[in-house]
Structures are given as structure tokens and as C-alpha cells.
Design a protein around this ligand. Sequence first.
Ligand SMILES: Nc1nc2c(ncn2[C@@H]2O[C@H](COP(=O)(O)OP(=O)(O)O)[C@@H](O)[C@H]2O)c(=O)[nH]1
Ligand SMILES: [Mg+2]
Length: 271
Amino acid sequence: MTESIPRILVFIPAYRCEAQIPRVIDQFDENVQQWVDTVIVIDNRSPDNTLSATIERSKSRFTQCRFIAWLNDKNYGLGGSHKAAFRYAIEQGFDYLIVLHGDDQADIRDVIPELERGAHLDVDCLLGARFMSSSRLKGYSRIRTLGNHVYNKLFSLSVFRNIHDLGSGLNLYRLDTFREFYYKSFPDDLTFNYVMLLASYHAGQRVRFFPISWREEDQLSNVKLFRQAFKVLGMLGVFFFKRGTFLTYEMRTQPFESYSGKIVHSIDRRK
Ligand SMILES: Nc1nc2c(ncn2[C@@H]2O[C@H](COP(=O)(O)OP(=O)(O)O)[C@@H](O)[C@H]2O)c(=O)[nH]1
Ligand SMILES: [Mg+2]
């Protein structure tokens, strides 16, 4: 019966999070590992010790699932790391990709009850939401919360659907839906998620949200808040009028031909 169990790859994008990544790895208790086939941390050439901290902590943690530490050949941005992860997951025959940010703001354990009740089986995107009534926010500023609510509304109005988050740090994707690499020209920076979401609705994919917990403690956000807010608003404006045509635009400032990298460390202690 093992063939019917979907193979899940958890992808952890990491950049400058040497303090948080050990805590992220600690989230993978035995119960979580039973749900997951492989965990891959993709380091975007962090200038700090993110990669060595990752490898060190992984050694004692992963006993039930496979673990891979991957180093991108260049810093491809958060969106670029997603492209590397999707490509790897599809090439390796996984069924689902779970994205978990490497800075310990989200918690992988929030998605396990969703998997237990089979919420992933009939969707293309199962997206963690920080702004549903049962979401739990800790240390997130009022102004950012308000800003997110406003943007969620604007995006909701543009796609005629109820959007509860434009891009949290915990999301699940059915890989069958993403075989075609239509998202290659999407931004490589932190706005990747926004465009992915618009594209998912435009393509008629089944998108569902689930409430998550989210904390802001020692994380350093790399987002230039106002600059990104204006950029995103501009993108939404163009999408509103151009729809599918907008999604075919080249949105990268520096287009890469491939999003390559290599495995620098792996562990497989499964019996
Ligand atoms: N800013 C940035 N984040 C990256 C990159 N590659 C991976 N990440 C990860 O992407 C996640 C989100 O970035 P962050 O700055 O925390 O954005 P925020 O949580 O939306 O404020 C973090 O876990 C980073 O470690 C990159 O090139 N730049
Ligand atoms: Mg963050």
C-alpha cells in the first residue's frame, strides 16, 4: 500500500538565518518526519553561517526522513529558490512540495492536521494564512497586520475570491499542477508569491487557505516594506487590466537561464 502514500518534499528557503535555522530543524519531530519523505534546505549563498548551522543541527535530528542541504550556485532571490525547488521536486518525482521559510516565523506542525484530514488531496495550492480568524499572530506589528488586510482585500477584489494571505512562510503545492514551468519569468525576489497566487487563480487552480501561527521575534526581515508595497500595488494594477498577458511578461530584473545548485550534504537514516 506504500505506493498510495504521497511523497512530500519540504523545501526550506534560507538566507541569513543562522540563528533561526536550528529552531526550524527542531520543528521536525518524529510525527512530522513520518509525513515527509525528504527535507531540503536551499541556502541562497548566505554570507553568515546559515549553511554550517543547518548541517550541524540536521545530523542529530533526521532519523525518519531524508535530509538534503543544497547551495544555490548564485543568489537567485526567494523566488529563484522556489524555481530551483519546484524543478528538483518534479525531476525527483515528488507529489507535493511544502514551502517552509527558514527564519522560524511559521511552524511546519501547523500543516500536519491538514495532512491528517486529507486537505491536500483535492487542492492544487493549500496556503498558510496569517490573517484568518483562527490564525495566531505573535509579535507582528499592528501596522503590518492592517496593511496585509488591505492588500488581501485588493487582491481578493481583483480575482473575485477570498484571499487570506498573499504569501506566508508555509504553503503546500500539488506538483502535477506545476510541471509546466510557466512561472520561470515570474519575479525572483520576494514578490514571487504574489504573482504565483494571481496566476493560480487565473489558471483556475484549486486554492484553499488554512490558519497558521506566525511569530516575529529575532527575525530580520529583508523586505523593504514601503518599496515592496508600491511595487506590489503596481503589479496588481497591471494584472487588473492585462490579466493573462501580464503573467507572460518577463518580471525578473536579471533573468537566469537555469536555477542551478548542488547538494553539499545529505543524510538518509531510514530503515
Ligand atoms: N530576502 C531574502 N530572503 C530569502 C532569500 N532566499 C531565501 N530567503 C528566505 O525567504 C524567507 C522570507 O524572507 P524574509 O526576509 O523573512 O521576508 P518576510 O518574512 O516576508 O519579512 C526567509 O526565510 C529567508 O531566509 C533571498 O535571497 N532574499
Ligand atoms: Mg521572514
